[in-house]
Design a binder for this molecule. Structure first.
Ligand SMILES: [Zn+2]
Ligand SMILES: [Zn+2]
Length: 835
């Protein structure tokens, strides 16, 4: 349809941004035409009739492809936001349920709200005789549960409930398992890190129990765009030969993308206008110009503050518009959410401000503009948020504006300096490790309670299950039952493993959100409510007495940390400071797993033991990050084993002899680590490089390098910088030389350090760019300062780190150079418009 050229409601805003440099880059996407195909005639007539009733004459090409792929085997669909992904698993499921009256399906959702949305969507097909969806989660009334187990042929639940409620009681679910035809895993990219590693264990147990009842369900998955959808699908399910559907047939929107940086207020310190102040200005302006806008901001407090600022801005000139700006937070009832979503879709609201609660595919349709305030942690979720911009019809989408508004954090500013790379960059890989030892063994024990472990279980639990089972035998959790002497051909001949305490309920002890079963409960003393729990290994640094603790975007202050009863008592807090712990950390290398020479350093990967002592904490102002006061703490050290990479710089500074070693210092590290050299003998000595770093700068250089590497690591492995720990020292007793460690912050590790080890050169290149291009003089929160530094950012040498990384990359030779040329070429080829 031809459309008159219109001035977009945001043209004036973009003009201003271009003029004063706040608009760092703009790009255009689309529009693209929809690829529509007829619904396959082979689809069950009832499903075809339901589509016709719903006015769906044709399907997007990827929906038809997914339908076909689902008949062949496990499938993952990774098309864009609002591309009709749920049709990709609903159609094959409905087809099967209509064909086979006894067949049943299991839908897994990461949140209860999403399960409710999907139940509604399934009911929308109007196939009430054949399709009987029901939600089964913690909120399901006891008296309704037996009926659901018997009647529902689509059970919508979450991995936690599957883990703790359904699998351990599979006998009560015998009919479901004996007829289980389909398992749907929607929003699979959410299952990464610790949570994903656990879900990998749960899904293997699910396949094992289904097989025991004689079924082999097909797995249908969807995910936001990520770098490794097939790998994710295979790691989560343990299945091979997963089919990938990624050719999006929905109409590409016509969208302007803007990267926006608040103006500098102090160049030397790297200070900028606050992102929230800038966001309020942008949002008020979009509202005034008539653009329906969704704004994403991280914390609940941020949502409230921003809503207040925008309303204040509008109050004087347009009081009627101020009413049309609403905050949307977690904690609404389903009815309240429905009402708000309805008002949004009908255009009765002008702007909604939300945390990422809305990010996960809840149906509000698309709006005119999407404003993302500060980097949401992954490019994948940023793109999902941007996907809200541009209103659509079935055939084409209207114009939209998608804005990323940078904060002062290192990654935010990195993106502002590399907007092209940022926009073109392949989204991150979702990392998980279902074989992380603590997590794996937790599920192995649960599996043993669900049925004796035997030889055939390798198919579901992987080839190394027996070695892990032996560890559980040694720990007194499992017992090996020898094979019967009279074993017939085809019977188990290698014996089985059974629980030592058959009456136990191990699933109840395992939280899918935590890497280790040792947890501290967090209790709100004002209400008596259990807010959640934290890993024991992190409790001292996150919920020590006096800590300001954030839960679902709300702040609490810790009144007491009860070490004996393993719980933290907290109370709601509305002070204007946050806290940062000061820690001493030691790392002890336990086992070397891999090693290579690169960039002039010896790079290793292996198991380490990390010992943390929280010594004190400081209060800092929320608005200005200014230091207020330091409070001492008296807490015992805590240790945990995890995975780490470390690299050694032989010949850095002056030669270190025993005397120098005694005078050595470490940062993010404690003094007096036990000396040991069990690692030293198998080290291949790197050709010593002249690092040209003055000794007095060395420690600060190492420390700043470590911070910069940790800051950019989430670009490679989808994780939060809080999931990563680091330590730098100018003398490590086991390596005997200056060494930087980067480790998985969760006990056992979940694959982050391994990924960083594999892609170390990229990590160094990104860290170098982060430092070299930051306009600050001596380091700032946008480059080498870390909000979680256990040493409170002392000492740091930005210049030293830059020198160190330059020397490393210079020593890297051809390989790094080749990558750099490729990167430059892709920059040149990019179709982006320069602002
Ligand atoms: Zn800086
Ligand atoms: Zn530090």
């Amino acid at each position: 349809m031809a459309k008159d050229r219109q001035i977009a409601p945001w043209s004036g805003l973009l003009d201003d941004g271009r003029a004063d440099g706040r608009l760092v880059r703009e790009a255009r996407e689309g529009p693209g035409k929809a690829k529509l195909v007829d619904a396959p005639a082979a689809l069950h007539p009832d499903v075809l009739a339901a589509l016709a009733r719903m006015g769906v004459g044709q399907l997007y090409s990827h929906q038809a492809e997914a339908l076909l792929a689902a008949t062949e085997g496990p499938t993952i669909v990774t098309t864009g936001t609002a591309s009709g992904k749920s049709m990709c698993f609903n159609l094959p499921t409905l087809h099967i349920l209509c064909e086979q009256t006894r067949a049943r399906a299991l839908y897994l959702y990461p949140t209860k709200a999403l399960a409710q949305d999907q139940a509604r969507a399934l009911n929308g097909f109007g196939l009430t005789k054949r399709v009987r969806p029901a939600i089964y989660d913690g909120d399901t009334p006891r008296e309704a549960r037996a009926e659901i187990r018997k009647q529902a042929n689509v059970v919508l639940t979450n991995p936690d409930m599957l883990h703790v409620g359904i699998l351990p009681n599979h006998g009560a679910w015998a009919d479901l398992f004996a007829n289980l035809a389909v398992v749907v895993l929607d929003e699979a990219h959410v299952y990464r890190g610790v949570f994903g590693s656990h879900v990998g264990g749960v899904l293997r147990r699910l396949r094992r129990i289904a097989a025991a009842y004689g079924t082999e369900p097909v797995f249908l998955m969807t995910s936001a765009t990520i770098a490794n959808p097939l790998e994710l699908a295979e790691r989560l399910t343990g299945l091979e030969d997963v089919r990938l559907i990624d050719d999006d047939g929905s109409p590409a929107p016509s969208r302007t993308i803007a990267v926006w940086n608040p103006p500098l207020t102090d160049e030397e310190l790297g200070a900028r206008r606050s992102a929230i102040g800038e966001a309020a200005e942008l949002l008020a302006r979009l509202v005034r110009e008539g653009a329906r806008t969704i704004c994403f901001i991280k914390s609940r407090k941020g949502v409230e503050l921003l809503a207040r600022l925008v309303k204040e801005d509008l109050q004087d000139s347009h009081p009627e518009l101020a009413e049309l700006v609403v905050p949307y937070r977690a904690g609404y009832t389903p009815q309240q959410r429905r009402e708000l979503e309805g008002r949004l879709m009908r255009g009765e609201l002008r702007a909604v401000i939300t945390t990422d609660a809305l990010e996960l595919g809840i149906d509000i349709g698309a709006l005119d503009a999407a404003l993302v305030v500060t980097f949401p942690g992954t490019v994948a979720s940023l793109k999902q948020m941007w996907g809200r911009a541009g209103r659509s019809t079935i055939e084409r989408r209207g114009d939209g504006l998608a804005v990323f508004l940078a904060g002062e954090d290192a990654l935010d500013q990195f993106f502002c300096r590399h907007p092209d790379e940022f926009l073109e960059r392949p989204v991150e890989a979702a990392i998980l490790d279902h074989e992380s030892p603590l997590i794996y063994r937790a599920h192995l024990l649960c599996a043993a309670h669900e049925g004796p472990l035997c030889h055939d279980d390798g198919e579901f639990l992987g080839p190394r299950w027996e070695a892990h089972a032996e560890v559980l035998v040694a720990a007194g959790e499992l017992r090996k039952r020898p094979a019967p002497a009279t074993a017939q051909l085809g019977e188990a001949t290698s014996g089985t493993y059974v629980p030592r305490r058959p009456g136990g309920y191990p699933a109840a002890e395992v939280s899918l959100r935590s890497a280790s079963p040792e947890r501290y409960d967090i209790v709100d003393v004002s209400s008596g409510e259990l807010l959640g729990s934290t890993e024991a290994a992190r409790a001292h640094s996150t919920v020590h007495e006096g800590a300001v603790y954030l839960h679902l975007g709300r702040a609490y202050e810790v009144r007491e940390l009860d070490l004996d009863r393993r719980r933290a008592l907290v109370a709601p807090f509305d002070g204007d400071w946050y806290t940062q712990p000061k820690r001493a950390t030691d790392t002890d290398i336990i086992r070397l797993l891999d090693r290579r020479q690169t960039l002039g350093v010896t790079l290793s990967f292996g198991h380490v033991s990390v010992t943390d002592t929280v010594l004190a904490y400081q209060r800092k102002g929320v608005a200005d990050h200014a230091f207020r006061e330091l409070h001492a703490l008296d807490l015992p050290p805590v240790s945990f084993d995890t995975q780490a990479l470390w690299f050694e710089l032989p010949g850095a500074g002056s030669p270190l002899d025993a005397a120098a070693a005694l005078a050595s210092a470490g940062v993010d590290s404690g003094a007096g680590a036990e000396a040991g050299t069990r690692d030293a003998q198998d080290r291949v000595d790197a050709p010593a490089l002249d690092w040209q770093i003055p000794l007095e700068l060395l420690l600060g250089a190492l420390h700043a390098t470590e911070h910069a590497q940790i800051a950019v690591l989430p670009l490679i492995a989808m994780c939060d910088r809080w999931d990563i720990g680091g330590l730098s020292t100018n003398f490590h007793p086991q390596t005997g030389v200056p060494t930087i460690f980067i480790y998985d912050g969760h006990p056992g590790g979940i694959g982050i350090a391994r990924t960083a080890f594999q892609r170390f050169e990229e990590l160094c290149r990104d860290a170098h760019a982060l430092i070299a291009e930051c306009p600050c003089a001596d380091g700032c929160p946008s480059c080498v300062q870390s909000p979680k530094c256990g040493n409170l950012n002392e000492p740091l040498s930005k210049a030293g780190a830059r020198l160190l990384l330059e020397r490393m990359l210079g020593a890297g030779g051809a390989e790094v150079e080749r990558e750099r040329i490729t990167a430059r070429r892709s920059e040149r080829d990019s179709s982006l418009l320069k602002a």
